[in-house]
Structure formats: C-alpha cells, structure tokens
Write a protein that binds this ligand. Structure first.
Ligand SMILES: [Zn+2]
Length: 424
C-alpha cells in the first residue's frame, strides 16, 4: 500500500527539513520525501495535511509498561496504544516488571508479547543488577543480544558505587548507555515529596534535592573514570542541571533527560495531598523549573521522556505516604511540551530533536527520522487544536494524572506507525 502525505509542513531535524514537503510511504518504509508536488508516481491513499505539521514519530526512552506482572496497571497492548495516541511510535520499556527484565528469557518474552499485542515499536531496557536489588550484575551481554537497548535499575538506584563502576565498564563493549535513576536512598530516606517549607506545613517527609545531585555527581565521576556511556534519567533540580552542564562543558560524554511534569508543575501540585502529583524524583520549585527550561534551551538536557508510570485507581487512592509514585504520561507529554514552543524556549524542530531524534541516537535506534528508506513512523499534528486533559478518555489503563482539566494546545490528529495509519 502506498500512501502520499501532501501539503504538510514537514519538520525533520535529522535532515534539516523545515518546510512544505510531500512524503510517499510504501508499505512500512518512507519511499520519498520531496518539496511540495515533487513526489511523482501513483499512490493508493492521499492524506492532505494542509495547515498541519508532519513530524517523525516520537520515541520515548523512559516508559513503564507493567507487563509481565502488573497487568492491572497496564499491558503491552494498552500501553503501546496509549503511546500511539500520544504521538509515540516507539517506547523503550523499563525493567521493573515482575519478574524483573534481568535475563534474556524475559527480554525475549517482552519482545514476543510486543510482536503479538503491541501496536508501536517496543525496545526493552534491561536491569543492571539481578532482580534490581543492587548486588550482582545481570547478564548484560546475553540481554543485549536478545534485544535490550540500554540498562537501568530505574526506581531502584544502584547504591554500590563499585557495582555501578563495573556496569559502566561492561557496557563499553556494546556501546549502549547505562541509564541512571539518581537517588541516594540514605538521603531520600522514605521521603514522599520535595523537602522544604511546604513539606513541613503538610507534615510530609521531604526528599532533599541533594539526594538526586550527589548521585549524579558520583555517576559522572564514574563515567569519567571508566569511559562508559551514562544517561541521567528524569532531571528535576537546578543543582543537577548545573552539575551536568559543567560536566558537558568539560567534554564528558553524558546525556540527560527530563519529563514534562518537571517543567510544568511545582511542588504546590501536592497541596491537598494529591497523590496524582506524587512522583519520584518529586516535583520541585519555580527556580528548578526555570533551570530545567534553560537546560533544555542550551542543550544540557538532551531528551524529553515521559516516565509513563500508570497505576490502578485504588493504589493512588491510598494516603499520600503509601500511594505509589508516577504519572500516566504518554498521552499528555506532547501537548505539555508544545507549551515550550509557544513560550519560545524551543523551536518545533528542537522539540522534535528532544522527543524523537536524540532518544533514537542515544539508544542507537533506527528511528526518529523521515529520511528516505526509514521506517514509516510519522505523526501529523494540529497546533491549533485544543487538547482537554480528561483521564477518563485516556487509552492507558493508568488514569493517574495531575493535569486533569488542563486545556492544552496541539495534539496528534494522526499517527502512522510502520505504515499503518491511526486517525484520532
Ligand atoms: Zn526513575
């Protein structure tokens, strides 16, 4: 089947394209991309994208799908569908399932399920340590061969520095990054929100910013020591930004990400003991938001990821201390991030870099580009269309969002994944 997308404003930073182009899809691949009216030959279907933007499908390098083990929260089927709805044609899935993805058998199981049930591309991230308990390295070479694109003990930081050193040394052999969930557990010490005046007023145990920053320091030092590639997950503080910027200025080859909630919400969202605003690391302050926006602008932060963490309703209804952390983020990430474009912090092309091209490059995926011969992963978005955040309408099983009732501008009207068209 040949599909021609005409008259759309195409943005593809991988080729420096920003203008009205036509794209011809043949089967699962992009056959041609040329300035308007330049594509010749017949097609079975024509999509007129006049007035709309045509972008590479987004790549989320930090997704939690809950299968296997927690299918009441999310499955590969519902999670990948939520991805498509949000404009993501690829999701990289964290290993904290049950069982943990810490061996090639589980990696193969996830990929098999994704082949059968998944509607977008799924790339597993393997655990750094067996069972994610931080005592013994997992069999990374076998997991890499089975299809893992990176390694992380996300949610369960690797506390033992020697083990982290060994992990960074190990991955040099196959040139993938270690993704660091940077948290000093002895400092966060069971805290549930940002430490400060507000946590005192609410009577909730706080997590100091230093809990994140000290481990970022450590992991950068270990990356320098070993030469192993490091990617820092969900940056939330001004101090973290400063540390990463300094390291990058010194030429250390590290990358980092943040998530839409860290530039959209302050800790005030927790007021009223709103468990939907409970995330790890916690929401911070206005100063941190400003620093994160600066870091996105100057390239200190390379990627916007979702940290999509769906939970069942009854779990989030527990009291604040006991509720699990996380936001169901796949379906709100793009419209929230488009606010950065509206504010003039990023151009649309830079946003595509952060949400498609950079994650693909960091993980070595053949995604995030519209060049001829690439997979036909494309989104068509309407920047003028309002997106009313209504969790009841989420495709994800996780309805846990602190953005309920927000009216955002811009959302996908069509997602094309491996040549298959989904209209919204
Ligand atoms: Zn994490």
């Amino acid at each position: 089947m040949k599909i021609l997308i005409k008259n759309g404003h195409v943005i593809d930073p991988s080729e420096g394209i920003d203008g009205v182009f036509d794209i011809l899809i043949d089967g699962k691949k992009i056959k041609a991309i040329k300035p308007s009216e330049g594509v010749t030959g017949s097609s079975d279907k024509v999509i007129d994208a006049k007035g709309l933007y045509v972008l590479p499908g987004l790549v989320d390098m930090h997704t939690h799908l809950r299968e296997p083990g927690f299918e009441h929260k999310e499955t590969i089927k519902t999670g990948t569908m939520a991805g498509l709805r949000g404009g993501f044609t690829s999701v990289c899935v964290m290993p904290n399932t049950e069982p943990v993805n810490d061996n090639a058998g589980i990696t193969e199981f996830i990929l098999e399920r994704a082949m059968i049930e998944g509607v977008c591309s799924v790339f597993p991230i393997g655990a750094i340590t067996k069972g994610q308990i931080g005592q013994e390295l997992s069999e990374m070479d076998m997991m890499r061969s089975a299809g893992c694109v990176s390694f992380s003990d996300d949610g369960m930081p690797v506390s033992n520095s020697m083990l982290m050193r060994r992990a960074l040394e190990y991955v040099k052999a196959f040139d993938v990054p270690i993704i660091s969930h940077s948290e000093d557990l002895s400092l966060s010490n069971g805290g549930v929100m940002n430490e400060g005046l507000l946590s005192q007023i609410l009577g909730l145990k706080g997590i100091p910013k230093a809990a994140e920053e000290t481990i970022i320091f450590r992991d950068i030092a270990l990356s320098e020591l070993t030469g192993g590639r490091l990617h820092i997950a969900h940056v939330s503080t001004e101090g973290s930004v400063r540390i990463i910027r300094d390291a990058k200025n010194r030429g250390v080859k590290i990358t980092s990400e943040t998530c839409p909630h860290y530039f959209s919400l302050t800790e005030d969202a927790v007021i009223g003991y709103n468990t939907n605003a409970k995330v790890n690391p916690p929401l911070r302050t206005t100063k941190d938001i400003e620093a994160i926006k600066d870091a996105l602008k100057d390239g200190t932060i390379d990627v916007i990821a979702t940290d999509h963490a769906p939970h069942a309703m009854d779990e989030k209804l527990r009291e604040f201390d006991l509720a699990p952390s996380g936001i169901s983020g796949l379906e709100t990430a793009l419209p929230l991030s488009l606010r950065l474009v509206e504010e003039g912090i990023l151009s649309l092309s830079e946003l595509v870099e952060k949400m498609a091209l950079n994650p693909a490059r960091i993980l070595g995926l053949n995604k995030g580009t519209l060049k001829q011969g690439a997979d036909a992963d494309i989104i068509i978005i309407d920047l003028k269309k309002n997106f009313n955040v209504n969790p009841e309408l989420f495709v994800s099983k996780g309805k846990n969002t602190p953005f309920k009732g927000w009216v955002l501008r811009g959302c996908p009207v069509m997602t094309i994944c491996m040549g298959k068209v989904w209209e919204w």
